[in-house]
Design a protein around this ligand. Structure first.
Ligand SMILES: Nc1nc2c(ncn2[C@@H]2O[C@H](COP(=O)(O)OP(=O)(O)O)[C@@H](O)[C@H]2O)c(=O)[nH]1
Ligand SMILES: [Mg+2]
Length: 339
């Protein structure tokens, strides 16, 4: 038995690209990915040793939620009713685009309809921009618990390991597995993904580090501005944005509690720490070091699967802050563009 995962959402959000990203080379041909016209018609099934992916035609702008919803539901029921147990859908990936940064009411309705079999996948997380991320997260997390949301980028190969882990959990409890069957299913899945995971992990690590360096450099650039008050809000926004993006690199939707906890490992807000440095030449290194330290603690937290406790995080923060103080942030060239 291999699980069946159904991938749906609006046209162009990156469904086919996502299936391509989680399957071995050659499974999904490049031609299947659209660059202008919608490319996926009806239901296209891609099969691997680990899973069967049903790539659905996307919801079109003129289509109503009810129309799209019954199109998907009909297929789910058709598969359930058939004699072939291997066709039953175990898990749905409902995709919305991180580039659009808006959750529409139609998305909200569909997500509710698919209920407890659905993972909400935010695609193109590489395209999420400052000023939009926070609002989008808040709307999403009102709709569905953070555990059921995964942020991915097929382009950067980020969040994919997280998506697979969550899907595996959903698939595993969707089936009444006979003894031993579950274990063999897990083993097959693990061996299929072992190499891909290693590659993704290396990339994720690099992305996280470059994001932290970028944010610390930005903090230094903000702190160098002469006006005391003017730099307060941007420093805070910069730090929070870094945390959201780091979460996304690991596939996590960061909620308020996690955000506050991570920003707090510095033992006070970045604003407080910077303002307290009454010697102007200390502002830059402090702002950079605090951001860097919070970044490294956040990275460790997401890397651990959100299990590290506050005490461990504080230690990570202190070690990284010390390390950052050795860096001359004034001399580091800060790129305006994000990594
Ligand atoms: N930046 C970015 N673009 C993506 C990503 N995934 C897909 N795309 C682009 O989005 C467009 C639509 O992708 P496609 O997979 O055909 O979307 P579908 O209609 O939902 O199946 C294509 O131009 C892709 O190259 C991603 O993770 N990041
Ligand atoms: Mg498609």
């Amino acid at each position: 038995m291999i699980p069946t995962i159904m991938v749906c959402g609006k046209t162009g959000v990156g469904k086919t690209s996502l299936v391509q990203a989680v399957t071995h080379a050659g499974t999904v041909p490049d031609e299947a990915i659209s660059h202008s016209e919608p490319a996926t018609e009806d239901f296209v099934v891609y099969e691997t040793e680990a899973a069967q992916f049903v790539d659905c035609e996307g919801m079109e702008p003129g289509q109503t939620v009810d129309e799209y919803s019954s199109f998907i539901m009909d297929e789910i029921i058709r598969r359930l009713d058939g004699d072939d147990a291997s066709k039953v859908v175990h898990c749905i990936w409902y995709c919305i685009s991180g580039a659009v940064a808006r959750v529409q009411s139609s998305d909200a309705r569909l997500i509710r309809q698919f209920s407890d079999r659905v993972l909400l996948v935010v695609t193109k997380s590489d395209c999420m921009r400052k000023g939009q991320v926070e609002e989008m997260m808040n709307v999403l997390l009102d709709l569905i618990p953070a555990e059921r949301v995964v942020l991915v980028s097929s382009l950067e190969k980020s969040g994919l390991a997280q998506l697979l882990d969550k899907s595996m959990e959903l698939c595993a409890d969707a089936e009444d597995y006979a003894e031993g069957e579950l274990a063999s299913f897990r083993a097959r899945w693990d061996s299929y993904y072992a190499r891909m995971r290693r590659n993704w992990q290396d990339r994720t690590n690099e992305q996280a580090d470059s994001l932290i360096n970028w944010a610390a450099g930005r903090a230094a650039a903000i702190a160098i501005m002469p006006l005391q008050l003017a730099d307060v809000a941007p420093l805070m926004a910069n730090e929070l944005y870094m945390i959201y993006k780091l979460g996304a690199v690991y596939g996590y939707a960061v909620d308020k509690t996690v955000l506050t906890m991570l920003a707090g490992v510095a033992g006070g807000s970045i604003v407080g720490k910077t303002a307290a440095s009454f010697l102007p030449f200390l502002k830059v290194p402090i702002a950079a070091a605090v951001t860097y330290g919070v970044g490294k603690a956040a990275k460790a937290y997401f890397e651990s699967g959100m299990t590290l406790d506050v005490k461990e995080l504080k230690q990570r923060f202190l070690a990284a802050e010390r390390e950052a103080k050795q860096t001359n942030w004034n001399e580091k060239k800060v790129e305006e563009d994000e990594p």
